[in-house]
Design a binder for this molecule. Structure first.
Ligand SMILES: Nc1nc2c(c(=O)[nH]1)N(C=O)[C@@H](CNc1ccc(C(=O)N[C@@H](CCC(=O)O)C(=O)O)cc1)CN2
Ligand SMILES: Nc1ncnc2c1ncn2[C@@H]1O[C@H](COP(=O)(O)OP(=O)(O)OP(=O)(O)O)[C@@H](O)[C@H]1O
Length: 197
């Protein structure tokens, strides 16, 4: 069964990555997604927010990050560590980022130690993904980075993923380590999953 889920995830990952790569109007769609999450965020009392820095064909988060940095909130971005874990960095300015592993913008190495954040400090996490279902199940690039992070965060922390409509599917196969996300924001809607409190 576990082997089945793994194989199904691999097949789904390939087809949804291809669909996302081929999607047109990506920047216009990203603008709509960022506007939708910007309208929703004021309802959330979160003081410390994690937000991914987009790469490849992911939903763009640059203007959202600029907006969060201008707000009173603490902004945290992830970076890859050697053991498939994520480090968390308290971001003050986009200039603290430089191209890191996998071509993703990450905090510059010399800054990391002084502004390290623990997963239990995160109140709300804005996550990327390859494919999602309406139950809040999420499929990533397959290294388990975000699954590990979610297991280290407080259970009350709110999780929200950004995705294009073409990344939604009826059912993502799950394994025991997979934790569902609470909200999904697309260019057309904000979906509250059964996992949300
Ligand atoms: N913008 C963004 N940042 C993020 C993530 C993400 O999904 N998006 N991550 C979410 O996890 C982490 C990075 N995870 C990644 C996992 C795998 C690959 C990747 O390209 N894997 C290749 C193999 C590369 C190699 O091993 O050399 C592959 O699967 O083909 C990239 C990023 C942390 N930061
Ligand atoms: N909480 C965890 N603790 C230990 N190992 C984990 C945990 N979560 C996931 N893993 C490992 O990571 C591998 C990849 O998991 P999975 O296929 O669910 O990743 P993903 O959700 O696609 O990727 P990502 O989280 O990086 O976006 C799994 O085979 C599993 O062994």
């Amino acid at each position: 069964m576990a082997q089945d889920a793994l194989q199904q995830k691999k097949t789904l990952r390939q087809s949804f990555l291809a669909a996302r790569n081929q999607l047109g109007d990506r920047s216009e769609r990203s603008v709509r997604i960022q506007a939708r999450i910007s309208n929703w965020l004021p309802q959330q009392s979160a003081a410390t927010l994690l937000c991914y820095v987009n790469a490849r064909c992911e939903v763009d988060t640059r203007s959202l990050l600029h907006q969060l940095l201008a707000d009173e909130r603490r902004v945290v971005v992830p970076y890859c560590l050697d053991d498939n874990h994520l480090g968390l960095f308290l971001l003050s300015n986009m200039s603290e980022l430089a191209t890191g592993r996998f071509g993703i913008l990450e905090p510059r190495h010399q800054l990391r130690d002084s502004k390290r954040i623990s997963p239990v400090e995160i109140d709300l996490a804005i996550l990327p993904g390859v494919a999602f279902d309406l139950h809040g199940n999420r499929l990533g690039y397959g290294k388990g980075y975000f699954d590990r992070l979610l297991s280290e965060m407080r259970p009350q922390a709110v999780t929200c993923a950004l995705a294009f409509e073409c990344q939604l599917t009826a059912q993502i196969p799950t394994e025991p380590h997979d934790l569902p996300i609470d909200y999904l924001v697309t260019e057309d809607r904000l979906i509250r999953s059964a996992a949300a409190n």
